[in-house]
Design a protein around this ligand. Structure first.
Ligand SMILES: Cc1ncc(COP(=O)(O)O)c(C=O)c1O
Length: 367
């Protein structure tokens, strides 16, 4: 992710400046301390500013001393816990190092016969270059006028070469979703001809139901889930697939060591995080408040924005210009510049309420 590379360089520079007057924070010191030391606010990668929860941190600390052992017992136990959480079987779950691994494995699976993936434009793309390296190409179907997926347009684009339909719901970077019943019908129809991968990275922010019940009974429908977003564990790298047992088996065969990409410490964090639904609720509410704060600011500045159901907002910066993110960066605030719908946009992730106040003040100064 280019935004991340830039921010790493910036933090290195800023940390060096801090070192001139104090002790350099270590690379593995808590993220919050390092960024606070450097005075940096990260609103460019849709991370959860409140995570990991206290329960997840405690579980990780307790699991540390077990890191000399392979997580032979812990991963099956975590899968069982996730399965019970969703009311599915353990054989319906595959663990990965983030949902990115699940997206990659699915791409590899469908690429055994060369062809293309149909996806929305814009949508989440980070995994696309890996899929291309596997020999897949992409057909990108513009969003409908209301900025939701153009499901019928995507279906019309299907042909004998279509290997997979990818639907990110709610969609990154626009932050809105297609109605569950529409997506259900779409998945049922398209799965007769190809794999349908539904990326549910942000469903918890929207309070959206999962499509997992279709996936467990249909070998051509897959759900990708992550602990990186509302659970606040992006750095721990843990995600999973919910799918039909045959599909889970095929995906597992593509892993060098089935399910073991998740470490002992990370498995402990995920297990504690899943139990801590109070934290999830709190993050959802604080994120909602942060969005409202941003909307007020955009309205005051007459900036167009797309009302979001996620932890980020896409707002229009045609009036401000493409150097907006550089200007924000000069104020130690990282956001993502985007070109969509023939215009200039900024995608801002929701930080803490305090961070969002600083973002709004900086935006007002620049705009
Ligand atoms: C829609 C979507 N899917 C998947 C991912 C990958 O997340 P991870 O690999 O951390 O689970 C992201 C990360 O930003 C995302 O926005």
């Amino acid at each position: 992710m280019p935004g991340i590379t830039t921010r790493r360089k910036w933090i290195k520079k800023a940390a060096a400046a801090v070192a001139a007057v104090s002790i350099t924070p270590s690379l593995f010191a808590t993220e919050r301390e390092r960024y606070r030391a450097a005075g940096i606010i990260l609103l460019n990668s849709n991370e959860n500013a409140y995570g990991p929860s206290a329960a997840a941190q405690k579980a990780m600390a307790e699991a540390l001393s077990g890191s000399n052992r392979y997580p032979d017992e812990q991963i099956p136990a975590l899968k069982q816990q996730i399965a019970e959480f969703w009311g599915v079987g353990k054989e319906n779950i595959l663990m990965g190092a983030g949902s990115s691994e699940i997206l990659g494995l699915t791409s590899l699976l469908v690429s055994s016969v060369k062809g293309h993936v149909i996806t929305a434009e814009p949508s989440y793309r980070v995994w696309n270059s890996q899929a291309e390296a596997f020999g897949l190409s992409f057909k990108r179907i513009p969003l409908a006028a209301d900025k939701t997926h153009d499901l019928s347009g995507m279906m019309s684009a299907m042909d004998a070469g279509t290997r997979m339909m990818y639907v990110c719901n709610p969609n990154n970077p626009v932050g809105i979703y297609v109605e569950n019943h529409l997506l259900r019908t779409f998945a049922e129809e398209c799965s007769k001809k190809c794999m349908v991968l539904v990326d549910e990275a942000y469903t918890e922010f929207a309070g959206l139901p999962s499509l997992k019940d279709i996936a467990v009974g249909n070998p051509n429908v897959m759900i990708a889930k992550t602990f990186s977003k509302i659970y606040g564990l992006a750095g721990a790298r843990v995600g999973y697939a919910i799918a039909h047992p045959d599909t889970i088996k095929k995906l597992g065969n593509l892993q060098p060591w089935n399910d073991v990409s998740v470490s002992m410490v990370t498995a402990a964090a995920a297990s504690a995080a899943l139990k801590d639904q109070a934290f999830v609720k709190d993050c959802r509410e604080k994120t909602r408040q942060a969005r409202e704060m941003c909307y007020d600011c955009f309205k005051q500045l007459s900036l167009d924005y797309i009302p979001s159901y996620t932890s980020f907002i896409l707002f229009n910066i045609d009036k401000i210009g493409s150097d907006f993110s550089k200007k924000m960066q000069a104020k130690n605030i990282f956001v993502q510049y985007r070109e969509h719908f023939g215009g200039k946009w900024c995608r801002v992730s929701m930080g803490t309420l305090e961070e969002m106040q600083q973002f709004c003040s900086a935006l007002k100064e620049i705009a």
